[in-house]
Design a protein around this ligand. Structure first.
Ligand code: FAD
Length: 316
């Protein structure tokens, strides 16, 4: 079932989770171990992130270096299919521009459609490791909106090969990303919002936000979206803080702030177990307020800490 149908048919706020494919070598059981405790919370669907290949330099015995391409977390599409099969739940694979030609994208969409997956979260992806800015594949998509147009085209039976037009079509429900604290490359918030509107105008069914730790920023973002005519559901993305080092890692990686009240409490903690308690309380406070405000879905980035999310959702 499509995410948008889940939202439209729901009587209250839904729950969803985002997980990462396991690191190569860990096996699918790592995913099941992570998901088993979360499933009792009856999520509406599960998102699975996509990780492009990286270049690494391997040292040869003679001391010289060899450039090698590796993917540390492969298998997004297959993991989605396995989760659907094991738990009888809908999945949302993330689909990115980076590393994909238009043909690769079309093939990936057809694979998903054959697997019975009718949801995708459409993203640009970040710059490859060792690169300073995002470079599309030659002839590939530069922005998420371009990738989204390809998804919507395939839904209308428009293939890359003109002679296949109208033969069969897909039925993807497409989500896109939004940034309550602005995407880090956008020159200002208004420009970023107008770029978000382009994605909605191109056919996005809903928006999922980057994580935020101050609900005021989400509410201001939602209001600004409505003011420029974005009317699709906006799903807040939430993440628990569970260690002191995240005080610097989160702002550096995700370009978001942690409120002073939260960072102050974390700094007082003696151990990461104490930080986890503070993070859990904060997440519960955010979740309660967002639920009371009537958000359609609470979307949790579980990232290796399912028990924190389990405690929060049970309290809700
Ligand atoms: P876009 O919408 O293309 O925007 C990128 C930048 O370009 C923005 O600054 C925007 O304002 C600007 N822009 C957009 N359109 C135009 C235009 N037409 N002209 C000029 N400027 C434009 N990354 C992964 O690699 N894998 C994942 O699984 C993944 N999952 C994510 C899930 C969520 C919920 C979120 C919020 C992010 C996720 N990301 C993931 C990270 C994401 O790929 C990065 O944030 C990326 O830098 C931007 O992606 P986007 O889809 O928002 O890009």
């Amino acid at each position: 079932m499509k995410v948008i149908d889940h939202i439209n048919q729901a009587k209250g706020t839904l729950i969803s989770f985002e997980i990462l494919p396991p690191l190569k070598g860990k096996g699918i059981s790592a995913i099941y171990g992570h998901l088993d405790p979360l499933m009792e919370l009856k999520p509406a669907y599960i998102n699975v992130t996509y990780h492009r290949s990286e270049h690494i330099f391997k040292k040869r015995p003679d001391g010289s270096f060899e450039k090698v391409v590796i993917r540390k977390r492969p298998g997004t599409e297959a993991i989605c299919a396995s989760i659907m099969n094991k738990y009888n739940i809908d999945t949302v694979p993330h689909l990115i521009c980076g590393g994909f030609t238009l043909q690769d994208t079309e093939d990936a969409l057809l694979t998903l459609s054959y697997l019975g997956i009718d949801n995708v979260l459409v993203l640009r992806g970040d710059a490859a490791k060792n690169e300073t800015s995002f470079d599309p594949e030659p002839g590939g998509h530069k922005y998420a909106v371009d990738l989204l147009r390809q998804v919507i085209n395939l839904n209308k039976g428009v293939y890359l090969e003109e002679e296949l037009r109208g033969t069969s079509s897909t039925t993807f429900c497409a989500g896109v990303a939004g940034y309550p604290e602005k995407h880090f490359e956008a020159p200002n918030m208004q420009t970023d919002l107008l770029n978000l509107k382009k994605k909605v105008d191109a056919g996005a069914d809903y928006i999922v936000t980057q994580m935020f730790f101050d609900n005021k920023k989400f509410f201001a973002f939602e209001k600004a979206c409505r003011e420029i005519g974005i009317s699709v559901p906006i799903i807040p993305g939430l993440k628990p803080v569970t260690s002191k080092k995240q005080l610097t890692i989160i702002p550096r990686t995700f370009h978001v702030d942690l409120p002073e009240e939260l960072s102050g409490e974390i700094l007082k903690c003696k151990t990461d177990e104490d930080v986890e308690k503070v993070g859990e309380e904060w997440l519960l406070m955010q979740s309660k307020e967002l639920k009371a405000a009537g958000v359609s879905v609470l979307h949790y980035y579980t990232l290796g800490k399912p028990h924190v999310v389990v405690n929060v959702v049970k309290e809700l």
